[in-house]
Design a protein around this ligand. Structure first.
Ligand code: ZN
Length: 229
């Protein structure tokens, strides 16, 4: 498998194989991509910070995997042998994406505890922005309305016993939520580009999902701060 990868790259990009890497050993720094160390367009992907290039490659592989699963075909990896051109194309794309990922991989994977810690500032920033955005709305003249218009107390209640919370478990939930936020944001982008009533309904639904995620994030972040006293 490794030989296949090298061969494919040598054929497509002879320079990459023949020129020795002149860069010093790359090391992970907090906030950068946990796979390749890049700091370009970092988003949370599968609970970890990943750069745009990595996310694109991972998505290509995921899609190929989904395609094979959908038609009950042999899982990706191994040979490219396929029943038709479409299947082959998926396999080739996934193999190329995997090869590209292998090529940019950091020599040493970062420590998961350090990764979780590095995601705190992002969570804190999102929460601060969310609170700043929603604060003026709460200060608006209180109109006697239904109870549903009050700030939702549910997430706060859910994390009320903050002192008893395990900080690591809390951070894991936060990174899970950041991951969800990335996915919802991507789908919001797609829905905004689409036209029609169905797209608008979908956009509303996505925006309310996003608001729920942000509220929960804010509650968790508060709990984390008080648990970390
Ligand atoms: Zn990356």
């Amino acid at each position: 498998m490794w030989l296949v990868v090298i061969d494919a790259q040598t054929l497509e990009n002879p320079a990459a194989a023949s020129v020795p890497n002149p860069q010093p050993v790359r090391r992970w720094t907090p906030g950068s991509c946990v796979w390749c160390g890049s700091a370009e367009s970092i988003e949370v992907f599968r609970n970890e910070p990943r750069c745009e290039v990595c996310r694109e490659h991972e998505t290509v592989i995921d899609e190929a995997r989904k395609f094979m699963g959908m038609y009950g075909l042999r899982p990706i990896g191994g040979t490219l042998q396929s029943d038709d051109d479409e299947e082959r194309e998926w396999r080739v794309n996934a193999r190329d994406a995997r090869a590209a990922l292998n090529q940019i991989r950091l020599p040493e994977p970062p420590d998961p505890a350090l990764i979780r810690k590095s995601m705190r500032p992002k969570a804190a920033r999102i929460v601060t922005a969310f609170e700043a955005e929603s604060a003026p709305a709460r200060k608006a003249p209180a109109r006697p309305r239904t109870a549903s218009s009050a700030p939702a107390p549910a997430p706060t209640a859910a994390v009320a016993p903050a002192k008893k919370l395990d900080v690591a478990a809390l951070e894991e939930r936060v990174t899970g939520l950041l991951d969800q936020l990335t996915k919802v944001d991507t789908q919001i982008g797609l829905a905004e580009a689409a036209q029609g009533l169905a797209a608008r309904a979908r956009l509303n639904d996505l925006n309310s999902q996003k608001a729920t995620i942000l509220r929960t994030l804010a509650a968790l972040e508060k709990a984390r701060r008080s648990a970390g006293e």
